[in-house]
Design a protein around this ligand. Structure first.
Ligand code: GLN
Length: 470
């Protein structure tokens, strides 16, 4: 009930596309009865959660924030959604995102941009110097980062305890950092993608957004494991990921990647990063500088691979089999073209075009195959580091704190993704787990996150380091 009230008071954030109020109340009542009988369904019985609107939800509209899927009501639940419901979680609604999860601001949605709850925090308001105040007070509002900005804002504003996001190049970690919450991107293959509408199949993973590392570990425990409907999930059985109260980091070796001293990194982020390294060192951990030499290629490599997979994935939305259908009926080709022109925004259309270009017979070797080779080199950099002493890598999550909307939209989507995802994308290309935790407030009074990257399937160790730091 309280979360529903928060959803109403925080409506101006535009975090939710659909609020499932009636269903939520019914679910909550049932959970309450079970609780009183002492028979909870599972760890999450009665816990309010939200789900990004690119996860299929049976009987609930699933739009990917695109006109293409507006009105689409899936007949089944994504495995992640089903697992949450099986544990008794209460679904509050579906959260806003960049269209088809392409973006890093949650500003490119047909439902309008998501506002960062921190735009209204006293710290930030107090620090707005008069010259920065734009015409109306409200035009100073900040973006959430993206593409899972709705989920991050939903958790950050107290409308739910946990939310599902997706992470292909940073979409869970980036908004989590900007909204001051924890954002976990699990190892590729640990969580099922069944029912998550694909962006880049070889990099997509469901992400978890919560207010604490402990919460993230609990949710991860309920979601992890093999799914016969997703052949890329691993067969191993996973125990719970719950974390001990006392954590000893003195045996850890923390690597600081030299190449992550990127241009555009804010002074305060650098300071925070080195303070964090010092903290680990003081606690007895070994902190060493490491090298990931192919980092510089990751943005361009991601761009080629992402757009190529996008071109192929989006082909299904033709207005006949799937998606928005326009009025034109004089030829099938014209119908395809017009439906896709009307249904997709220009970011999606741009990626489809460039992806198809990379996949042309005469370009395939030059771009796609080459990018796959570079991806291997990027993944090998991590393997090499983790096969030495290093257990965890410590990096910034974003270059700086959240940008005001008016400044953010000055750059186009592609340039922004190229800048914003610099610390996150290579992790997806390597398939590794990573988590961002809120680490400090910037000079403007806004949250800054730090990212921990771990060995594949070593989430427990990764989360322990993150919890110790939290
Ligand atoms: N910003 C990246 C992109 O636009 C990442 C998106 C994501 O992780 N879903 O592709």
């Amino acid at each position: 009930q309280r979360c529903l009230t928060f959803i109403k008071t925080a409506k101006c954030l535009n975090a939710y596309i659909t609020v499932t109020e009636e269903k939520a109340l019914k679910q909550a009542k049932e959970a309450d009865k079970r609780y009183r009988r002492g028979q909870p369904l599972g760890h999450l019985d009665g816990v309010p959660i939200a789900v990004k609107d690119n996860f299929s939800t049976a009987g609930i509209e699933t739009t990917c924030a695109s006109k293409m899927l507006k009105g689409y009501i899936p007949p089944y639940n994504a495995t992640m959604v089903q697992k949450l419901l099986d544990q008794g979680a209460v679904l509050m609604g579906k959260t806003n995102l960049d269209e088809f999860a392409m973006g890093s601001g949650s500003t490119d949605s047909i439902f309008g941009p998501v506002k960062n709850p921190w735009s209204y925090s006293r710290h930030y308001r107090k620090k707005l110097v008069p010259s920065r105040q734009l015409e109306t007070e409200d035009s100073n509002w900040l973006v959430t980062g993206g593409s899972s900005g709705g989920s991050a804002a939903a958790v950050s504003s107290g409308t739910c305890y946990a939310a599902l996001g997706s992470d292909t190049g940073g979409s869970t970690r980036n908004p989590a950092a900007h909204c001051g919450v924890v954002g976990l991107k699990p190892t590729y293959g640990l969580l099922s993608r069944h029912g998550l509408i694909p962006l880049v199949n070889s990099m997509d993973v469901p992400g978890i957004l919560t207010r604490s590392v402990d919460d993230a570990a609990i949710v991860l425990g309920t979601l992890a494991g093999h799914d016969s409907k997703d052949a890329t999930t691993v067969q191993d059985q996973f125990q719970s990921f719950e974390l001990p109260e006392e954590i000893d980091v003195s045996k850890l070796c923390i690597g600081i990647p030299r190449e992550y001293h990127a241009s555009g990194l804010s002074r305060e982020t650098v300071a925070l990063w080195s303070r964090a390294a010092d903290l680990f060192e003081t606690a007895g951990a070994k902190v060493i500088e490491v090298s990931l030499p192919h980092t510089g290629y990751s943005i361009v490599c991601y761009h080629v691979l992402c757009n190529s997979e996008v071109a192929s994935n989006m082909a299904r939305f033709d207005g006949l089999e799937y998606g928005h259908r326009c009025e034109i009926d004089y030829s099938t080709e014209a119908l395809y073209a017009a439906s896709r022109r009307e249904g997709f925004n220009d970011v999606v259309r741009g990626r489809i075009l460039s992806g198809n270009y990379f996949l042309l017979k005469e370009n395939y070797e030059k771009y796609f195959t080459k990018a796959q080779k570079v991806r291997r080199l990027i993944a090998n950099d991590f393997l090499q580091v983790f096969s030495s002493d290093v257990d965890i890598l410590l990096t910034p999550t974003t270059l700086s704190d959240a940008a005001p909307y008016v400044e953010f939209i000055k750059e186009d989507n592609r340039t922004r993704s190229a800048q914003e995802d610099i610390f996150t994308q290579s992790v997806n290309m390597a398939g590794l787990p990573a988590v961002t935790v809120p680490a400090a407030l910037s000079d403007r009074g806004l949250p800054l996150g730090l990212q921990f990257i771990g060995r594949a399937f070593c989430e427990q160790q990764l989360l322990m380091a993150a919890k110790w730091f939290e």
